[in-house]
Ligand binder design. Structure first.
Ligand SMILES: CC(C)(COP(=O)(O)OP(=O)(O)OC[C@H]1O[C@@H](n2cnc3c(N)ncnc32)[C@H](O)[C@@H]1OP(=O)(O)O)[C@@H](O)C(=O)NCCC(=O)NCCS
Length: 194
């Protein structure tokens, strides 16, 4: 397995690896058709095995405090994507990507990494095993169908009828929200001090 910097000709392999990697997670329907581009510089790594991309890591990082990360002081990096193809998991590919990513992050004088993920316990286990701590959370709420939308979401445009909606909930009535709507995810912030 080789870890190297992402190059533009990797895009198709990157997109395929990402789609497959997220299929069995709470982000299953967050499909990208193109590789994300960042406003700020980014550490973009891929893991190659059997001639294909089997793992990826994207860390967008700050040149100026407070421009990318949601919390903390000094310069930080945000992990927007870390993923390993399902057939290549639990072989330390993600840990190796992170190790290399951290090495490059330290060179850029970053003092921490931040990552947000949903409620997949095994993914939390991976973050914790790799030195991250849970520091914050809010809810991702999907509202679907008339019963869930009625009284909560409406349109001011005539003849425009919302049929589904996605919302962030940052209040202190999380249990209530979870009871009220069928699809609700905890979105959890992990942080690692470098
Ligand atoms: C999280 C993820 C990147 C880990 O990749 P990986 O290369 O398999 O991870 P590593 O081999 O470095 O680490 C494996 C360790 O992580 C934890 N872990 C990973 N998958 C696990 C699972 N299915 N069940 C339990 N623990 C698991 C365990 O501690 C495991 O160690 P072990 O095998 O000795 O028990 C990968 O599972 C993945 O792509 N998940 C989907 C994408 C995602 O949710 N990304 C993060 C949100 S952005």
């Amino acid at each position: 397995m080789e870890i190297r910097i992402y190059q533009p000709s990797d895009e198709q392999g990157w997109v395929r690896c990402r789609v497959l990697s997220f299929l069995d997670t709470a982000y299953f329907d967050n499909v990208l058709k193109e590789k994300e581009q960042y406003e700020n510089p980014a550490i973009e790594l891929v893991a190659i095995e059997d001639g294909q991309i089997v793992g990826l890591l994207d860390i967008e990082y700050e040149l100026q405090e407070g421009t990318v990360c949601s919390r903390g002081t000094g310069l930080g990096g945000m992990i927007w994507h870390i993923a390993v193809h399902p057939d290549y998991r639990r072989r330390a590919i993600a840990s190796e990507l992170l190790r290399k990513g951290e090495e490059l992050a330290r060179k850029e004088k970053l003092n921490r990494l931040e990552a947000w993920t949903r409620d997949d316990q095994w993914v939390h286990t991976w973050y914790e095993k790799n030195g991250f701590q849970q520091v914050d959370s809010y809810l991702h709420v999907y509202l679907e169908g008339e019963t869930e939308l009625k009284g909560n979401i409406s349109s001011t445009l005539p003849k425009l009828y919302p049929v589904q909606s996605f919302a962030h909930y940052g209040g202190n009535q999380k249990d209530n929200i979870k009871k009220r709507f069928k699809r609700v995810h905890d979105c959890i912030c992990f942080e690692k001090i470098l």
